[in-house]
Design a protein around this ligand. Sequence first.
Ligand code: SIN
Length: 359
Amino acid sequence: MKKRILSIFVTLCLLVVCLQVVAFAAEAPEKPNVVILATGGTIAGAGVSSTATVGYTAAVTAVDKLISNVPELTKVANVRGEQVFQIASESITMENWLTLAKRVNQLLAQDNVDGIVITHGTDTLEETAYFLDLVVKSEKPVVLVGSMRPGTAMSADGPLNLYRAVILAGTKEAAGKGVMVMLNDTIHSGREVTKTITDRVDTFQAPIVGALGVFTGDKPVFYRQSLRKNTVATEFDVTNLTSLPRVDIVYHYAGNAGTMIDAAVNAGAKGIVHAGTGNGSIGKAEYPAVENALKNGVVIVRSARVGSGIIARNGEANDDKFGFIASDNLNPQKARILLMLALTKTTDVHEIQQMFWKY
Ligand code: SIN
């Protein structure tokens, strides 16, 4: 009799334990699968001492070490890394962009990938982000992350930025918001963000329009969304591209007489982004070079060196007469990216102007 009671008791205990395990499994949310694509930059940088926040070497720490340095990542996602390049981002090439975009598209097409984080140098991070924003063919989250201090520095900002970027890439609410940038507690749109300060952790800003959202603790909170078309809603496809049309940026300044425009044309530029003064002004002495460029079939976009604001069409130049394109609110480096992609589709300036209103 005693034996029977004991066996019923043990069976009941086992049942309770089993029920608890099942209930826990049902309650515990499945972790998202996030791939970290590493490309180098300060986030993978190392200095000679903990106080070296300048004069360090960028792009030396491998992706596996970046991941193992933040063991908390395994609590918020199933993470794996790939080293795509190991470079300082001022040296990134258009071929690098195409390689990266193709890899992102391959990974996001897989059911077992929920989101992607790209570790990147901050110098050209905004350019890679906007390029991907235009050519990624998925609504799954893609998040670029960098840091302003190398991993060896006191108060290095990379580990927390990376931790939050992984959370963001695994967050369902982050889907469909275009390619994002995550640094310094703040979530930005890849189209709108720009680096504004050479050496501070609050360098990334989206002038006039502001951030998409912020992090509070482990939680991303969104406040707005860019209305410009991106990712699956663009006409750009890099699948069969091995290069991009050459587009140069020419900076205007007092006393400039068009020498750099001539140089760009002679170097074979298919497009020129003119970083004009004020509202995209072109100096009188530049016009002979501008007209020669147009005669050679070079497409000219008017942007501004000011850093923010809209270029008014037919405002500071007669865009209709010359066939210029106004860059809307894209800064010169972003206008260059859209012009390169536009030139893979058409050289018609009216169609290209429409793209600048749309993207
Ligand atoms: C780089 O852009 O690769 C170097 C600078 C940085 O990451 O902050």
